[in-house]
Design a protein. Structure first.
Length: 79
């Protein structure tokens, strides 16, 4: 068994199609699930975390802020 959820397993959890990686990432961020992204752009969720979350034993994770969102604040002075 893999260390990470398979793409179909993740799609079933999220409720989207297996090739909808952007939808998966959005759902994972909104629901505060820790994940990594591989070189193909597929989000990777640890099976161990999934099991803990489904059993109610996972520790809460802080909301992560996307790096681009943090650095690209609009310049309101330019308005």
């Amino acid at each position: 068994m893999s260390l990470y959820l398979t793409t179909p397993e993740l799609a079933e959890l999220v409720g989207c199609k297996p090739r909808s990686h952007a939808c998966m990432k959005r759902w994972l961020e909104r629901n505060h699930w820790p994940f990594a992204v591989n070189i193909a752009g597929v989000p990777l969720v640890a099976r161990e975390y999934y099991d803990a979350r489904m059993n109610g034993t996972a520790l809460p994770t802080p909301a992560r802020r996307h790096r681009a969102a943090a650095s690209e604040e609009p310049n309101f002075a330019a308005l």
